[in-house]
Design a protein. Structure first.
Length: 198
């Protein structure tokens, strides 16, 4: 299965949205991860319990992204998910990277092209690869990039115009609260989205 729904994406599939995610292996595909490696959510809890199955899915997805026809296959699956969503009068959103990150520029461009191909699907991604992505012009409006703290280029986040994700021990009360509902980050255009550390 290329796209899956974890507990959070299932719980967030409300208000007319259905949300699926695409995962890659954490750390291995995160060239700009910094301090987040130490507290990476995708190396704990259920991920650790089901590591063998997760690893098989991550390896399969990574191999797919490297195949010449990989994004055609990914696009076919998005078409199928979109048709299913429309049949149920819902709109499809795809979280790029329930785990993992944009591991190089060519891979990131493949997702940008995919977002262009599906203008009625909303794509979003939390990323520490924001410096690399900022060199790409014309990111389509249906791809929301949420730059995340904890990476190698945190110093550049003050000039990031889009939303920023921050892992916190508890909500500050001043920012968006994104732990329970992924739509908070998915739909954010700016500001800080706080995620409680787990
Ligand atoms: S970028 Fe995300 S998935 Fe990768 S190591 Fe950091 S927290 Fe984990």
């Amino acid at each position: 299965m290329i796209f899956t729904q974890n507990t959070k994406l299932k719980a967030s599939s409300t208000n007319g949205w259905t949300i699926f995610g695409f995962g890659l292996e954490p750390v291995r595909t995160c060239p700009f991860a910094g301090s987040c490696r130490r507290i990476c959510y995708a190396r704990k809890g259920l991920y650790r319990t089901h590591l063998k199955a997760c690893k098989a899915r991550w390896d399969s997805n990574l191999a797919l992204t490297k195949r010449p026809e990989g994004f055609t296959i990914i696009g076919d699956e998005i078409s199928r998910l979109e048709r299913n969503a429309i049949r149920r009068s819902k709109r499809l959103a795809i979280r790029i990277h329930t785990e993992g990150d944009f591991y190089d520029i060519s891979y990131a461009c493949s997702w940008i092209e995919t977002a262009r191909r599906f203008p009625n699907v909303l794509f979003y991604a939390y990323t520490k690869s924001h410096k690399m992505l900022s060199s790409i012009h014309h990111i389509p409006a249906n791809l929301n990039i949420i730059a995340s703290e904890g990476g190698k280029h945190d110093a550049l986040l003050s000039s990031w115009s889009g939303p920023v994700a921050r892992v916190v021990d508890e909500y500050s009360g001043f920012n968006l609260q994104g732990s329970d509902d992924d739509k908070v980050a998915m739909l954010a255009k700016s500001g800080v989205v706080e995620i409680i550390k787990h």
